[in-house]
Design a protein around this ligand. Structure first.
Ligand SMILES: Nc1ncnc2c1ncn2[C@@H]1O[C@H](COP(=O)(O)OP(=O)(O)OP(=O)(O)O)[C@@H](O)[C@H]1O
Ligand SMILES: Nc1ncnc2c1ncn2[C@@H]1O[C@H](COP(=O)(O)OP(=O)(O)OP(=O)(O)O)[C@@H](O)[C@H]1O
Ligand SMILES: [Mg+2]
Ligand SMILES: [Mg+2]
Lengths: 174, 168, 168, 174
């Protein structure tokens, strides 16, 4: 099976509702520094149930889009306090559409609110994290092992991890 | 538990060499021989494997046998990718997401890694790769371009299928 | 001790903005305005500066004011270089050695950083930079090419002055 | 002043005696992965007195060139045990030639032997580490602060270092 498209609303630097995709067998995400490429990887990790600490955020609520004052310093002019809206969105969600090799369409969705509560939906129905994760494991998506997600800056450490860590990783996939 | 671990280890052990070979194959000159690296996994304590640990060794082509710690940044990246793909061969997750794994690679290694991904990407082994290097992303089937829309202070997305179709 | 620290802090504080501005100056479109980032240092506890600490803040152009931790890889690299150059301005060591500091930078940022180095390199502020990106090294005065001589299993060096002279 | 040239003998991947330079105001070190670029930075750091743990080596003797068996696996052929010389060099040294802005030529040299002993020479005369470091400090080369050496992979961490660390760095240069 494979990941076909992603929908997100107010997730990190993605304001409002956006649809991303389709994803092909080999898709490349490109763009300038600070555009939001790693945030897109965070969106994929988030919808799979990865904890916020792995998504460069100390609290889940940091994952919700925040506008805030923009730094519009222009040569010759000072000042930069525009659009200082403290009234940003109160929730964010990501939905991943996954097609199994038998042609079934699965929808995984995760929603967070400003008070940090997480809600999981599988094919539109609210469910527990355990059941949600079970459905992912049926597709061989083992989030605990995370051997298929390589975050920015982490690749070299994989080669020099200790024998203990490597053993634990092999245990998680066996 | 021991049997599960052991069959996983044996499987990866059998795969790691051919994967690393494919990632390190270099022709030294136009008519010269094709060199490649050597990689293997070993059990520190083969009586009780999950007591002590699995050690990973990788030697780039025409290099001496040294500790993994002495490898350069780029050599470590290639060795790491080979290990990841070997683990995947035992327990194939349907997709990989890789965030600028090519940052430390020189052009020759970027091409080898991108060609490996292109060769192995399929319906059941999907790759989503973030890269800044055109030597990498020009080999993809499709591009997901992210830009910042300053007017609305938000990230925006464009998708481009590389054989010409344009979707938004 | 306090006076020494305070005069160092004051000096760096006065320099950091102009350095970060030079490293982040972007023209958004052909006739558009030139945007730049904002950076400053603040004392967490101004009574006793070396009790608590100096906090560094950097905001890329047209971005919101956020914690340094939320900056992207490339944005952090540019902020780090600005800080290093600000510290250097107070206590100028004669040379800098930078090892692939451009790894996380996109082409526009590589050009800005390379141009900064080119503009500031001098008899008393020398740069020795390791880079894999031609956008960076093509701006250098001279190249030190390192290759591996397989026959003798050793690193070897060639030097090339970019205005044409060739030395070995 | 500035660094003009480097001479080294059997340092890391540099076999035998090699001269590197001249260095100009803006020199770039280029070459493929594993060629020896970072080893050259290690040579510069080493001659300034930086500890071996910062040079990716647990012992000083790891800094001495070692040939060893070469992995010459060629497609179709196996095996790779050639040139297995256990009799490698027993010492290594690096010498940096530095020109002050007044035109004086200074030579800093550091030698290590296989048993890990370090020897420092300033302008050809053996001296203690303290005196050697004093001469470097006269040229504003503050090795303790290391604010002018950025090792591979370390640049991003400089921006997100803790206020305590940043304060300590400023103290070291003040
Ligand atoms: N909750 C949020 N709301 C709005 N913007 C956010 C939020 N969280 C992070 N950001 C912004 O997202 C930007 C970082 O995006 P990201 O890390 O995805 O960049 P990137 O494209 O990966 O860049 P690089 O190529 O440098 O790695 C930062 O500038 C940060 O301010
Ligand atoms: N004492 C030694 N004797 C011989 N070779 C050594 C010694 N120490 C390290 N090496 C070799 O040096 C090589 C690494 O060199 P280095 O880290 O300088 O590469 P690099 O040019 O920086 O590459 P990259 O672009 O990938 O960062 C390794 O392959 C290692 O085996
Ligand atoms: Mg990123
Ligand atoms: Mg290196």
């Amino acid at each position: 099976g494979r990941l076909v498209k992603l929908e997100l609303e107010n997730f990190k630097s993605y304001k409002g509702h956006q649809v991303i995709g389709p994803f092909y067998n080999f898709s490349c995400i490109i763009g300038p520094n600070g555009a939001g490429k790693s945030n897109l990887m965070d969106a994929i990790s988030f919808v799979l149930g990865v904890k916020s600490s792995q998504l460069r955020s100390s609290h889940l609520k940091d994952l919700i889009y925040r506008g805030g004052a923009i730094n519009n310093s222009i040569d010759g002019l000072g000042g930069n306090d525009t659009e200082n809206d403290a009234s940003g969105p109160k929730r964010a969600w990501v939905m991943a559409e996954y097609h199994t090799s038998e042609g079934q369409v699965l929808k995984f969705m995760r929603i967070i609110t400003i008070n940090g509560a997480s809600e999981y939906r599988f094919n539109g129905k609210v469910t527990t994290y355990e059941k949600y994760n079970k459905e992912l494991e049926k597709q061989n998506i083992l989030v605990k092992a995370k051997n298929f997600l390589v975050f920015q800056g982490d690749v070299e450490a994989i080669a020099s991890q200790s024998p203990k860590d490597l053993t634990r990783l092999i245990e998680q996939v066996s | 538990r021991y049997n599960l671990f052991y069959s996983a280890f044996k499987h990866m052990e059998s795969k790691i060499q051919s994967i690393y070979e494919e990632l390190t194959r270099t022709r030294t000159s136009a008519n010269g021989p094709v060199l490649h690296g050597t990689a293997y996994l070993s059990l520190e304590d083969s009586e009780e494997p999950y007591l002590d640990g699995v050690k990973y060794h990788a030697m780039p082509p025409a290099k001496t046998f040294r500790d993994m710690d002495h490898l350069s940044g780029g050599e470590k990246t290639v060795a790491a990718l080979a290990l990841l793909f070997a683990i995947h061969s035992y327990q194939p997750s349907p997709f990989f997401v890789l965030d600028e794994v090519d940052a430390a690679l020189d052009n020759a290694n970027v091409m080898r890694v991108a060609s490996y991904v292109k060769r192995h990407a399929s319906e059941n082994f999907q790759f989503v790769v973030i890269s800044l290097k055109n030597t990498f992303y020009e080999r993809a089937q499709a591009l997901v371009g992210i830009y910042r829309d300053r007017d609305v202070n938000s990230s925006k997305v464009l998708t481009l299928k590389l054989d010409g179709e344009y979707e938004n």
